[in-house]
Design a protein around this ligand. Structure first.
Ligand SMILES: Cc1ncc(COP(=O)(O)O)c(C=O)c1O
Length: 440
């Protein structure tokens, strides 16, 4: 098969991910994996967070963004590669991912002397593409989505007779990811909840089986991006199916690692999910900023999704409980991180912009700056616009970027400025800087 079956563009032709014979991964396989990979992965901490006080529950973060390649995927990659036969190792492997699984395969493959080819969608973050290249993988960029990249990888697999390793559904990958569940339960044996983000489902499958094996009372909460609810779609349809309708939005999500249209057959058959929620994109930047400021942790969108779920208001039951949240990856382009921080500051009322029409005469700006200074507002940027104010030669538009302490401080500032400048003030910059000027 060439992998172009329209009903299932990602699952065809992989004997390790068979829709007709889904394979349930057992706790024993995870225990075996732990032995096999313990020398090659980082034993990451799972520690209490200072954010607990403000949230009203005991929050722990499992910091798996501290793995060598920056994500938990090192676990599954090492397990699956170590279990290959000598003949399979010699032939080499091919895989697809938005980047984290590819990096881990490249890293572990290099250590074991196995040639790894990775097919990544062209929109994969640069930091992940470069990392795969520097780890000496054969990198092929193809397609706009994970699914298009996978179809291409299957084609190459058939032509070059390579072994395809699915990044979330190969049973040995799932078992490897499950080792994180064992570590969490070693560190927080009485955890009430573990919050796990879902892409293709390998992580939640492994972690849920391992955690419940150690403590049957732990509740597993699965979290998906609202833009790519593959597990919800699978639950509704009693089995993994493609959530096509979401793909346009999924392409643009900050949680690129979670943009998998169809979750894994083995993962779906294996996982024990007690509650499932979707989280809107807008919670991600704020979650990532909190992790930077309070945990000193650089976490990518997919990696912060579990904590974003905590902020979403969709989990009232965790109040007063012991909750473990997984920080699953930290690979984010620096320029994207800058945008994330700015948007998070805006969301939190700490950074904002307004325009105000002022008379074009001495003293007007200094009066504005005095009002702002009296309110303890820091001016980050100030700019004038005259030429587009066509109907008022004696007026200028001043655009100010300001820094405030929080949303309470900002609303006080807005109140005072409205009192002083009334209808000459505009906070909604989406309407355009000079709309009033050009329309009057
Ligand atoms: C950082 C990060 N977190 C979570 C996931 C989801 O893992 P899974 O596809 O096994 O559900 C991924 C998948 O690539 C990821 O990169």
């Amino acid at each position: 098969m060439d992998g172009t079956d329209a009903a299932s563009p990602c699952g065809v032709g992989d004997p390790y991910s068979d829709p007709l014979k889904p394979r349930v991964v057992l706790p024993g396989e995870i225990l075996e994996a732990q032995e096999l990979i313990k020398a090659g992965i980082v034993r990451t901490p799972c520690t209490p967070s200072r954010l607990s006080d403000r949230l009203g529950y005991d929050l722990y973060f499992k910091k798996d963004q501290m793995q060598y390649t920056g994500s938990f995927k090192d676990r599954g990659a090492m397990n699956v590669l170590k279990k290959l036969s000598a003949a399979q190792r010699k032939r080499g492997v091919i895989t697809t991912s938005a980047g984290n699984h590819s990096q881990s395969m490249a890293y572990q493959g290099r250590k074991l002397g196995i040639e790894v080819t990775v097919v990544m969608p062209v929109i994969a973050p640069q930091v992940k593409v470069q990392s795969c290249k520097s780890l000496k993988a054969n990198v092929i960029l193809h397609g706009d989505t994970f699914d298009e990249a996978k179809v291409h990888a299957m084609r190459i697999r058939n032509e070059e007779r390579l072994l395809y390793i699915d990044g979330f559904d190969h049973p040995d990958v799932i078992a490897g990811q499950g080792t994180m569940g064992l570590e969490i339960m070693d560190d927080v044996p009485d955890a009430d909840y573990i919050i796990v983000q879902i892409g293709g489902g390998g992580l939640i499958a492994g972690v849920s089986i391992a955690a419940k094996y150690r403590n049957a009372n732990v509740t597993i909460i699965g979290v998906e991006s609202e833009r790519c609810p593959g597990w919800h779609t699978a639950s509704k349809n009693h089995g993994p199916t493609v959530c096509y309708q979401t793909m346009t939005g999924a392409r643009q999500s900050l949680s690129d690692g979670l943009n998998v249209a169809r979750v894994g057959y083995n993962a779906f058959a294996t996982a024990k999910v007690d509650k499932l929620i979707t989280v809107p994109e807008r919670y991600l930047p704020v979650a990532m900023l909190h992790l930077l400021e309070m945990e000193k942790a650089v976490v990518e969108g997919a990696g912060a999704m579990g904590y974003a779920a905590c902020l979403s208001g969709k989990l009232p039951e965790i109040t007063g409980k012991k909750v473990v949240c997984i920080l699953s990856g930290g690979n984010i382009d620096a320029n994207v991180l800058v945008e994330v921080i700015k948007r998070a500051l805006v969301n939190e009322g700490r950074l904002s912009r307004f325009t105000v029409w002022l008379g074009d005469r001495p003293g007007e700006i200094s009066a504005l700056l005095k009002v702002l200074a009296d309110l303890q507002v820091n001016v980050k940027d100030i700019d004038h616009e005259r030429s587009s104010v066509r109907s008022h030669v004696y007026m200028a538009i001043v655009c100010c970027t300001i820094e405030t302490r929080d949303s309470c401080h900002l609303s006080a500032v807005r109140g005072v400025l409205s009192g002083v400048y009334g209808e000459h003030l505009n906070w909604d910059l989406s309407k355009g800087l000079t709309q009033k000027a050009t329309s009057s």
